[in-house]
Design a protein around this ligand. Structure first.
Ligand code: HEC
Length: 140
């Protein structure tokens, strides 16, 4: 076996083991996270969370660890109207087109809300031009 083949084989094996071949920059994540917030469950998380007395997630995110926060997003809060949201998030057309894994989608959503909370994200995130190539829906 030639070295070239060996190297290619190792590279393929490494990428096959990864959850998704597509990687996103911080800017891309923030924009995708914003869209997930706006589109989850039809009208977005804000249908409830932008309305009091429901929890303001930019405050919740200061109190909860990332694990605790995402656990609620995945599993919901049993006995409340906060149902598991991850399945809803994975149904968003944009998430499908970007070939995001659940982990990537939740990570992007978290990064956006964290940014809003600590003030590094102000208002609308502009769509990064670099995303164009990544939204062609050509998933593996
Ligand atoms: C139908 C209304 C509704 C929608 C839509 C909704 N939530 Fe919730 N969510 C709630 C309510 C109500 C609670 C508080 C539950 C309780 O009493 O503990 C909650 C709690 C949470 C919490 C825990 C907050 C805390 O301070 O303990 C997180 C995190 C959360 N939601 C994230 C999300 C995200 C992210 C989305 C969108 C993907 C979303 N929710 C969509 C109603 C909703």
């Amino acid at each position: 076996m030639k070295l070239r083949h060996l190297v290619l084989g190792v590279a393929l094996a490494a990428s096959a083991g990864m959850a998704s071949a597509v990687e996103f920059t911080e800017e891309e994540k923030l924009w995708l996270g914003m869209k997930i917030y706006e589109r989850a469950a039809g009208r977005g998380c804000g249908t409830c969370h932008d309305v009091r007395p429901f929890p303001d997630l930019t405050e919740s995110i200061k109190r909860l660890s990332k694990e605790e926060f995402l656990k609620v997003v995945k599993e919901g809060r049993p006995g409340t109207i906060m149902t598991p949201m991850a399945p809803q998030i994975m149904k968003i057309g944009l998430v499908e087109k970007a070939c995001m894994t659940e982990e990537q989608a939740l990570d992007a959503l978290y990064a956006y809300l964290k940014g809003l909370s600590d003030g590094t994200v102000k208002g609308k995130v502009k769509k990064p031009k670099t995303l164009k190539e990544k939204l062609k829906g050509k998933c593996e």
